[in-house]
Design a protein around this ligand. Sequence first.
Ligand code: COA
Length: 220
Amino acid sequence: MSGFPTIIYEKRGSLAYVTLNRPQFLNAYNIQMRDDLYQVLGAIKDDSEVRVAILKGAGEKAFCAGADLTEFLTAPSAALHGYVLGSGIEMALFCDIRIASDDTRFGLPEVGLGIIPAAGGTQTLPRVVGQGKALEMLLTNPWVSGEEAYRVGLVNKVVPRDELLQTAEAMARQIASYDPNAVRAAKQAALRGLNLTLAKGIDLEKRLASEVVLAAGQGS
Ligand code: COA
C-alpha cells in the first residue's frame, strides 16, 4: 500500500513504517493526514504479517508541529525528532513505546491558542507523566527537551539523532521476534489493567496468562 498524499507507508518484513510526510509544513497534522492515517492504521491492524509499526516524521526539523493552523478548528477532531507539538505529542502518546532524539522539543500550545488538546492528550498525558507534569505542560506550555521528556517518563529512551531510527528498529525487531500471543496479552494486561481495580487487574492477568499458555501448547 502506498500513494497517500500525506503519509509514506512501507513494509519491510514484519515491520511497518508510517512516515508523516509534509516536511515543508513540519508535518503539521491536517484533515488529509487524519484520513490517510485512518486508512493506514486500519490496514496495519488487518495485516497479520505486520508485528510492529514505527511512526516517524519526514524531514530534518520536526516529527509533527501539531494541528495544521491553516485548517484551525475545521476538523472534528515512535521515533520522535525536532518539534513534537500538540497533536504530534498526542499521536506519540498513543504509541506503546516512544523514542526521542536529543534534539527533540515537545510542547502543547493548545491552551494558549484558546483550545485544548482533543486527540486524547488530556487523558493520555497524565497517565504517562503524572498529573503534576501534565498540568504544567497543558497550562504553561514549557519547551520540554528530549532529556527532560526521558526524565519525566514521556519517552522511553533518548538517543542521538543519527541513532534514532536504528534504535526504534532494534526494539521493533525484538518485539517482532516474540510470540505474538504473548506480546498481545502483555499489552492487553498492562493497558486494560490501568482502568481496573488491582483485584480485577490480577484476574485479567490470570486469564490472559492461561490463554497464552494454552495457545503455546496448541502451537498457535
Ligand atoms: N500548521 C501549519 N503550518 C505550519 C505549522 C502548523 N502547525 N507549523 C509550521 N508550519 C509551517 C510554517 O507556516 C512554515 O511554512 P512557510 O515556509 O510556508 O511559511 C513552515 O511550516 C516552517 O515553519 P517555520 O515557522 O518557518 O519554522 P521555525 O523553525 O521558524 O518554527 C515552530 C518552528 C514549530 C516553532 C513554528 O513553526 C510554530 O510555532 N508552529 C506552530 C506550532 C503550533 O502552534 N501548532 C499547533 C498545535 S495545536
